[in-house]
Design a binder for this molecule. Structure first.
Ligand code: PLP
Length: 395
């Protein structure tokens, strides 16, 4: 394929990832007609995720009810999530959203004694801010880490976190522009003052290697519909084993019990593991799809995905600038997720016009977000930037 004259040269050695890109692309039907650049919002369907949903429907149709197999599928999905972050399945709880997972964590904390402060970044997805603000009626006091020009200055943590801080709530990747925070630094800032750290990794898992053990994380949550190739309606929460054993979330339910199938209405016995954070009947069909999506990511390997996305991210930034586009945030790949955001007027109109050209971008506030994934090509990036420039020029 001829090189686009306006695109910047990528060394030949970097034009292919460390995995079989063509083979993987054949497993994503929409790529035959469309360039999805909207992974920060919703991943495309794969043959495997579709087959997984159908497997549930088939089980329901043929067997009428198969709770053992269905609950086993949820456990398999927990194992797959655990594998992604180097945890054990019994350190994972399942929810239907990250909002719910965050509420459960918040409900396990006591804000009536010495530690009442909750340090939250302005880069959180709004739902996370809402959950922490709702804790103010339980004694919490929220203080905000500022976002400045799409970036967070990590020294702000050292300034705000103190001996009265119960928990620091930090997104790993900023949903608006893909600014990526430095987790080791956040762990140190929180733990040095005796505070806990809650990480929302929704915008990074599947594209950035995360090892909860090596990092010493307390809590980490993520849903599945973005870079984990899944669908809405399911999210997972990691809680460090020794920490889980001393927390009693008041957002709870029968699946959080030591033996959910004891059916003892008067016994609030806590599961000894993180499954004490489980609540009610889990999202079964979503777990089928989530498992299949995460299996694909684990099979490819997050390290290899990250390397490729650094190539594509650099291409987006440099190619965007060369075309006169206005980047929101940093151009330092060490602080970037897979998402690159350009400031545009009427982002939703731009998104709709990109669609007409066969490219799915994602409008959010003042920006158009471009989020490639493991299956994206250099040609996809160049075509997307060309289309964006053409759409902006048309108006
Ligand atoms: C970083 C981040 N956190 C949380 C959410 C939403 O979480 P949920 O709708 O599962 O509560 C999103 C986007 O949907 C997000 O990008």
């Amino acid at each position: 394929m001829p090189e686009n004259a306006s695109a910047l040269a990528v060394p030949l050695s970097q034009r292919a990832p460390a995995y079989d890109l063509a083979a993987l692309r054949r497993r994503i039907p929409i790529l035959a007609t469309t360039i999805p650049m909207n992974n920060c919002s919703q991943a495309p369907q794969t043959l495997a995720t579709r087959a997984a949903a159908e497997r549930y429907l088939e089980s329901w149709a043929a067997r009428g009810m198969d709770w053992d197999a269905w609950v086993a599928e949820v456990d398999a999905a927990k194992r797959e999530f655990a594998r992604l972050i180097n945890a054990s399945a019994d350190e994972i709880a399942v929810f239907s959203s990250v909002s719910e997972a965050t509420s459960a964590v918040a409900s396990a904390l006591d804000f009536t004694r010495d530690r009442t402060k909750v340090v939250v970044t302005e880069a959180e997805f709004p739902t996370i801010g809402h959950v922490w603000l709702a804790q103010e009626s339980r004694g919490a006091r929220v203080e905000w880490i500022p976002v400045c020009e799409g970036r967070i200055d990590a020294t702000e943590y050292e300034r705000l976190v103190d001996d009265r801080t119960a928990i620091v709530s930090a997104t790993h990747g900023y949903f608006l522009n893909g600014f990526k925070q430095d987790l080791p630094r956040l762990v140190a800032a929180a733990h040095e003052r005796g505070a806990l750290l809650y990480v929302d990794a929704y915008q990074t898992l599947g594209t950035v290697p995360v090892d909860v053990k090596e990092l010493g994380l307390d809590f980490l949550a993520a849903g599945n519909l973005k870079f984990l190739m899944g669908i809405p309606g399911i999210a997972f929460l990691y809680v460090r084993r020794d920490l889980a054993a001393r927390l009693e979330p008041s957002v709870t339910g029968w699946f959080g019990r030591a033996n959910p199938f004891a059916f003892d209405v008067k016994q609030l016995d806590w599961s000894p593991t993180t499954s004490r954070f489980d609540t009610g009947t889990p999202p079964i069909v979503n777990a089928y799809v989530a498992r299949a999506g995460m299996e694909m990511i684990n099979e490819i390997g997050v390290g290899a995905i990250r390397s490729w996305l650094e190539v594509l991210g650099r291409r987006l930034i440099d190619g965007g600038r060369a075309r006169g586009l206005d980047l929101l945030g940093t151009d330092d790949m060490a602080h970037k997720t897979a998402t690159t955001a350009f400031i545009v007027d009427e982002a939703h109109v731009v998104e709709a016009k990109m669609r007409e050209r066969g490219i799915i971008a994602s409008a959010r506030g003042p920006v158009i977000r471009l989020s490639p994934h493991f299956y994206s090509t250099v040609e996809d990036v160049d075509a997307t930037l060309d289309a964006l420039v053409a759409v902006l020029g048309d108006r």
